[in-house]
Write a protein that binds this ligand. Structure first.
Ligand code: ACO
Length: 334
């Protein structure tokens, strides 16, 4: 799907994020599996990540993020028309984590559902929320993206355990008179889906009782470097913009090598690229909002900034959106 913005103008009026307290460094991981800070930081750029406590579930990360986003937007939860939670690690398959979050927020009039698009979930959910508001079906939609992937990792598998961390981010979408979203590009290639999957998590029975995330790292790396560039180019093209017009490039934070490759191919100078994978690892659907929060706090994301966001992940899926930022969003991490 490739489209410029249509209908009412829509923008992000609030941003909130939340990460678990526990920090796990590469040295901590080296005590659990056969790895080293040197290997992890040179191959991925990751130095530490947050890990949820045993009694923390996705809704526990989503709630503080959502409350902060609503507070920043000045929106009362009771006026929300929809709550979408993009996650592949919901509290449970049903009820939807979005319904749990909506109830705890007091969003009594909101439709509430979860959305599964791997690490691209946030981009997919933002696009859905956009279309509801642009088309007039809704006036205020809350989108939460996040995951507790550490819960579904095989903690004896060094090839995956070093890559992921836990975290969540939330945004409020509302209509606006000026600025806001300019266009979107979303895609999926189910043929490559088995390269990154969570067996035993649904109705398909797996013979060996497998239940941990599995990934063909090299194949996902090749896919990621390809779509991060093609998706960004497509959305820029459909919006009639070039890389020079963009103030900030906010890529999914999976691996600094993937980000560097995409930034170089697209032609972004280092100062326009947001990187925080070193502090959080790959937080899946939480990664883009957490990167936006960092950008705002370092004064690189301001009203008027033209921002390109691109995600990719399980599915295999990818997605980009271009937005002219309209609101001040500093202090998003709750
Ligand atoms: N510590 C030390 N050595 C390791 C580790 C580790 N943690 N992991 C793998 N190795 C070893 C391997 O066993 C291999 O050894 P060998 O050569 O003796 O066989 C060697 O390091 C090289 O392994 P590669 O897989 O070739 O390493 P590569 O440079 O490709 O990096 C990585 C692996 C980081 C996983 C990379 O392929 C990658 O980033 N892939 C993309 C991951 C990604 O973006 N995932 C997105 C997920 S999005 C979502 O929806 C969840």
């Amino acid at each position: 799907m490739l489209t410029p913005a249509k209908g009412r103008r829509v923008t992000i009026t609030g941003l909130g994020c939340h990460v678990p307290e526990q920090v796990m460094t590469n040295d901590d991981l080296a005590k659990i599996v056969d790895t080293s800070d040197e290997w992890i930081s040179t191959r991925t750029g990751i130095r530490e990540r947050r890990v949820a406590a045993d009694d923390e579930a996705m809704s526990d990360l989503a709630l503080p993020a959502a409350r902060r986003a609503l507070e920043m937007a000045g929106v009362d939860a009771s006026t929300l028309d929809a709550v979408i939670v993009a996650t592949i690690t919901p509290d449970m398959t049903f009820p939807a984590t979005a319904a749990i979050v909506a109830d705890q927020l007091g969003a009594r009039d909101a439709a509430a559902y979860d959305l599964s698009a791997g690490c691209t979930g946030f981009m997919y959910a933002v696009t859905q929320a956009y279309s509801m508001v642009a088309g007039g079906l809704a006036d205020r939609v809350l989108v939460v993206g996040g995951d507790i992937l550490t819960r579904v990792l095989d903690w004896s598998d060094r090839s995956t355990v070093v890559l992921f961390g836990d975290g969540a981010g939330a945004v409020v979408l509302e209509a606006t008179d000026a600025g806001g979203f300019l266009g979107f590009e979303l895609g999926a290639d189910g043929a490559g889906g088995m390269e990154l999957m969570l067996p035993g998590s649904g109705s398909r029975l797996f013979p060996n009782g497998e239940k941990f995330l599995t990934m063909n790292g090299r194949e996902v790396f090749k896919f990621a470097t390809r779509v991060m560039v093609s998706s960004a180019e497509a959305v820029l093209g459909v919006c009639g913009k070039t890389v020079d017009d963009i103030d900030l490039y906010v890529p999914h934070q999976a691996n600094v090598r993937i980000i560097d490759h995409a930034a170089k191919k697209l032609g972004f100078p280092e100062e326009k690229v947001i990187v925080n994978v070193n502090r959080y690892g790959n937080t899946s659907s939480g990664s883009i909002p957490l990167a936006l929060a960092d950008a705002a706090d370092s004064s690189r994301l301001q009203p008027g900034s033209l921002v390109l966001m691109t995600g990719m992940g399980a599915g295999l899926t990818w997605g980009s959106a271009l937005i002219e930022w309209t609101h001040s969003t500093t202090g998003a991490v709750a």
